[in-house]
Design a protein around this ligand. Structure first.
Ligand code: ZN
Ligand code: ZN
Length: 247
């Protein structure tokens, strides 16, 4: 960039390179880029490295990176949740508990998941594990069962590694079913006609399981689902997402 284009790489350029290397599994090289930066790496750069550790299940490096990140952004709940997810995916429940204890000691609360959907000029809000009335209605249960049957036939398998709690698989599956973006999607399917795209906004990042759930729903229902989460737009159509599973 310097010699051919006369552009000196900015913080954003570095962040992109670190992200590319990290996502590609070359986390050590990504770390070298960070160490050799002429400017101070931002929290988002360390955060991208930590996310790469999650993608590639690298627990030991994740711990070292999280330490730096916690110094830089001690009050960002997302970082703690990310590390906790890495421990949970590896089945290291002691680690999950440790992160939970640190959060409690520092008074950091995990932001509750919340999704919004607008139907006929009215905004409907769903919080994680909420929407109880809707979820216990017969039309919801009927649609849910029909969907699950079609989706399982379509090859959908629930991945429950995202659930932080040390509980059995059945409980975990139940837990992710209550994620707000799913309840909002179900609400949209019930209250809009065939062919109408479903648009949802979420205050947190969509989890891995909801992401594959949405892909499958878009295929079996032939509906387009557009989900705006904290990181990006996800445009689900015919079983695929515009983010190509990177977010
Ligand atoms: Zn989810
Ligand atoms: Zn996506």
């Amino acid at each position: 960039m310097n010699t051919e284009f006369g552009i000196s790489p900015s913080l954003e350029h570095h962040a992109c390179l670190v992200d590319i290397l990290g996502r590609g599994g070359r986390i050590k090289e990504a770390l070298e880029v960070v160490k050799n930066m002429s400017m101070k790496p931002s929290g988002s750069i360390w955060g991208s490295l930590l996310n790469s550790c999650r993608l590639h299940g690298n627990v030991s490096l994740a711990e070292a990176i999280a330490k730096r990140l916690f110094e830089l952004e001690p009050n960002n709940p997302g970082n703690y949740v990310l590390l906790s997810n890495i421990y949970a995916n590896a089945g290291l429940w002691e680690g999950v508990k440790m992160v939970r204890d640190v959060m409690e000691k520092r008074g950091i609360k995990k932001e509750a998941g919340c999704s919004w959907i607008q139907i006929k000029k009215k905004l409907h809000t769903f919080v994680a594990s909420g929407g109880f009335e809707l979820r216990s209605s017969n039309e919801y249960k009927k649609l849910w069962n029909e969907l699950m049957e079609a989706m399982e036939a379509d090859g959908y398998v629930s991945s429950t590694g995202v659930v932080l709690h040390d509980v059995n698989e059945e409980m975990k599956a139940m837990w992710v079913c209550g994620h707000s973006e799913r309840v909002a999607t179900m609400f949209g399917l019930i209250h809009t006609g065939a062919g109408i795209p479903i648009r949802i906004t979420k205050n947190l990042r969509v989890c891995v399981d909801c992401h594959s759930w949405m892909k499958s729903v878009s295929r079996v229902t032939r509906r387009v689902i557009i989900l705006r989460d904290t990181n990006r737009f996800h445009h689900f159509d015919k079983g695929m997402c515009s983010c190509k599973d990177y977010w």
